[in-house]
Design a protein around this ligand. Structure first.
Ligand SMILES: [Zn+2]
Length: 327
């Protein structure tokens, strides 16, 4: 309230505002932390993954106990964030955002923040945001480098203006080159500063792409032009939103493949009983079930999704899934 950019009016507006964060890895976790502490009234966090020890170097909301329990990130984040600010509404949703569930999971929010680790989901967010007129903020980081841009449909260019003409995305992945905790937290800070401007009604928006490299010390702010033939914000062809969900997705940061199975619900307790007849090490909590079939480790969620660690081959993942979970 003391900061003139927000003030008492702006803080009151933050309390009535609603933000949804898609992906709760490093950037998403840092952004959620800042939004909740700033008093944004309603924060939803959507994430498909669970906490692992290797996340803790950069994913500042989680701790060793979360990794030991293999808690879904959305569940661990909700717990931690509620303990930080009990005066607002925080909701974790364990789900993989796809064209089928995006309209339901993203509707009713004033702003969407990017915490994802892949361009498939970012283009889906961009399609949803432009088609529904919702502001969203793109944010990405890899190694020591990151970038962010705010998209206001009808006002600024969109992600497709930027990326579908020239490849300005990040070609490397965290899988191959790693990522520093300092760049993800810096990018999340820039993302949240723009979020607070928008949500407090103080936006004097710029259509600039901000990029930084914390290792070289290089910072850039570049004006982005609208592509006069943009698929999304000019031609309004929402091919990612209208597309079918991808059957397989390779995850960032691990040697893993995710399998989607038509969103069918699984009875995890029954599955555990069944698997325990042939597999020695089957572990289960309220949200997921995990077992080892060397050299693989499979984690199955209640919504039927599974993550197979130990391969990058979708065909191997599908075959292991069919054998142990069912075709
Ligand atoms: Zn565009």
């Amino acid at each position: 309230m003391l900061f003139s950019g927000i003030g008492e009016d702006g803080q009151a507006r933050l309390l009535t505002s609603r933000a949804v964060i898609v992906g709760c890895g490093a950037i998403g976790a840092a952004a959620a932390n800042l939004l909740v502490r700033a008093g944004v009234g309603r924060v939803r966090i959507i994430d498909r993954d669970f906490v692992e020890p290797s996340n803790l170097q950069r994913q500042t909301l989680f701790d060793e106990a979360d990794a030991r329990e293999a808690l879904p990130k959305a569940v661990a984040a909700e717990r931690k964030l509620r303990s930080i600010n009990s005066a607002i509404a925080v909701e974790g949703v364990v789900a993989d955002l796809n064209p089928r569930n995006a309209p339901e999971l993203l509707a009713g929010f004033d702003l969407i923040l990017d915490g994802t680790d892949n361009f498939e989901t970012r283009f889906l967010l961009n399609d949803f945001a432009v088609s529904s007129g919702s502001p969203w903020i793109y944010a990405a980081a890899v190694a020591s480098y990151g970038l962010t841009m705010t998209v206001l449909p009808g006002v600024t260019p969109c992600l497709a203006c930027l990326l579908e003409t020239q490849r300005q995305g990040l070609e490397e992945t965290c899988d191959t080159v790693g990522v520093l905790g300092s760049i993800v937290n810096l990018i999340a800070s820039l993302e949240v500063a723009d979020a607070l401007k928008l949500l407090s009604g103080r936006a004097g928006q710029h259509s600039r792409l901000i990029s930084c490299d914390v290792w070289s010390g290089r910072f850039q702010s570049v004006r982005v032009a609208r592509n006069p033939d943009c698929r999304v914000c000019v031609r309004r062809e929402f091919s990612y939103l209208e597309g079918q969900a991808q059957p397989h997705v390779t995850m960032c940061g691990r040697d893993s493949v995710q399998i989607h199975e038509r969103g069918r619900a699984l009875d995890l307790a029954a599955l555990r009983t069944h698997l325990a007849r042939t597999i020695a090490d089957v572990r289960q909590n309220d949200f997921l079930l995990r077992f080892r079939i060397p050299p693989y480790e499979m984690t199955v969620f209640a919504d039927g999704r599974a993550i197979l660690k130990g391969t990058k081959d979708p065909a191997v993942a599908r075959s292991v899934y069919a054998r142990y979970i069912g075709a």
